[in-house]
Design a binder for this molecule. Sequence first.
Ligand code: SF4
Length: 91
Amino acid sequence: MALSLPASPHAGAAAVAWSPLVINAARCKGCELCIAACSAGVLTLDPTTVNALGYHPVMVVAAEKCTGDAFCARVCPDAVFTVFAPRKEAS
Ligand code: SF4
C-alpha cells in the first residue's frame, strides 16, 4: 500500500505579492494615527473601501519604503498590523 501526502491547502492558489505589512482592514477605524507615525509615507486610507465598521481602512501605498520600524503597529489602538519587514540597520 503506497502512502501519499495530503494535498496542499494552497494548491491552485494565485501568487500574492509580498508586503511588509499585513493589515486586518476589518478592525481599522481610520483614525490615521499610523499614517502620522510613519515618516516613510507607506500608508494612506483607502478611499475606495468601507469596512463593516463604516470606516475607510488603512492601506499600503509604498511597500518599498517600509523600514520595518513598526511604529504603525505600536501606535495602532486596534492591533491592525502584523509587520514582516526586516529592520534596517542605521548607517
Ligand atoms: S492606527 Fe490602526 S485603527 Fe487607526 S487608521 Fe491606523 S490601522 Fe486604522
